[in-house]
Each structure stands twice: as C-alpha cells, then as structure tokens.
Design a protein around this ligand. Structure first.
Ligand code: 5GP
Length: 213
C-alpha cells in the first residue's frame, strides 16, 4: 500500500575516541539486516589486531593525497596527524542497493557529510563522564600516554559539537545503547518523507464488495 524509498539510510556515527562507538556499531551490524560499515582509508598505522581492508584500508600518505586529487572521497579529515577518508563508491553502491551504510567518522567529516547529503542521519555517542572516558582510553592500551592526552583534549572539542547531531546516546550500558540505536534506525525508516508512493487500490471496487457481501 505504501511504497517507501528503496535507497538505504546513510548513518553518521561520531563520538570521542574511547566512547565505545566501534563496539556499538559492530553489535548493530549483527542485530539488523541490510546494513554495512563503510571502510575508511587511513594513513594511521594498524593497531594490534586490526586487519587491512576490514578495520581500515591502511594506505600511505602519498596514495591518500593522490586519492584526494582523484576525488575518491565523500569526505576526509586529518585527526591526530593522520588522514582518514570515506571512499565514496562503496557508500553509494550500497545505498543504491537499499543497504544502510554506517560512517564512523569524526566531527569534521560529519560536518562535510551534512553539507553534501541532506538525508543523512547523525548520531553522537557520548561517554557517561570524562572520567570514564579517560579510564577507557588508558585501559585499552592502544596509544602512548601522549597520544591519549591528545585524543582526550580532542574529546572536549568533539563533545561541544553534539548539538549539530540529530540524536545523542550516552553510552553507559552497551545493551541499552544498542537498543536505542536500533530504535533510531527503525524510526528513521518510518519517516513520512521516505514515502515514494501510496497505492490505496480501487475505492469503488472495495465499496462494491462491502455492499454486495
Ligand atoms: P581511530 O584512529 O581511533 O581509529 O580513529 C580516529 C578518529 O577518526 C575517530 O573519531 C574515527 O571515527 C575517525 N575516522 C575514522 N574514519 C574516518 C573517515 O573516513 N573520515 C573521518 N572524517 N574520520 C574518520
């Protein structure tokens, strides 16, 4: 009866380093159908356990700069002295197939996507407190103390941008946060501006059936 847009949803998820957004996104992929993560290009070195072409496409700075020239990115940004960018092709190929795409990107990238894609959804993941964020960053042991301080300082700037997002989730309890994220996507799918066509069938025929049965 109602035909909704077949294009997938473009979902931007940001939040300070250590807020738990990667864990949340990975869990969301297991919970919902027809949804993928965009795999970013980065010039950052892989962390222990990170896989090339799964977590990121790890590339050189030269290659990244060449890709910028060749307009390969929907958006890109520099974060903690490294480049990160979203390859546009995989995003659009999936959206056109009706598959939802999550971009896990920083606030600068989110700002760019907001200018370019008016129908994107913006979700900000907030730590329960700065103390908890600090503890999570220290506990994961993936950065040096100096790098942690850098990321921690950036977190304050990022949190100031929260009002530019459509939704905020305070990530205290992972299951609760996951349910909220799932609910947001389900609601977004029901928005009336996604309706493309309404087919109510033949009114006269239906009325005739009422009268003759
Ligand atoms: P990390 O080094 O912790 O993996 O990522 C650092 C920051 O870069 C995070 O906020 C992450 O969301 C962001 N990021 C990852 N990929 C991209 C991307 O393609 N574009 C932008 N703008 N930010 C990204």
């Amino acid at each position: 009866m109602i035909k909704s847009k077949e294009k997938g949803l473009l979902i931007v998820v940001s939040g300070p380093s250590g807020c738990g957004k990667s864990t949340l996104n990975q869990s969301l992929l297991k919970m919902r159908k027809n949804i993928v993560m965009s795999i970013s290009d980065t010039t950052r070195k892989p962390r222990n356990g990170e896989k090339n072409k799964v977590d990121y496409n790890f590339i050189s700075k030269e290659e990244f700069l060449k890709n910028i020239d060749n307009k390969k990115y929907l958006e890109y940004a520099s974060y903690a002295d490294n480049y990160y960018g979203t390859p546009i092709k995989r995003v659009d190929d999936n959206l056109n197939k009706g598959i939802d795409v999550i971009l896990e990107i920083d606030i600068e990238g989110a700002r760019k996507v907001n200018e370019l894609r008016k129908d994107a959804i913006f979700i900000f993941i907030m730590p329960p407190s700065m103390k908890v964020l600090k503890e999570r960053l220290v506990a994961r042991k993936t950065e040096t103390k100096e790098q942690i301080v850098e990321r921690f300082k950036t977190a304050y700037k990022e949190i100031n941008e929260v009002s530019k997002y459509n939704y905020v989730i305070v990530n205290d309890d992972i299951n609760e946060s996951l349910n909220k994220m799932n609910a947001i996507l389900t609601c977004e799918k029901c928005r009336v501006d996604r309706i493309e066509d309404v087919d109510l069938g033949n009114k006269e025929e239906l009325i005739h059936e009422i009268l003759t049965n």
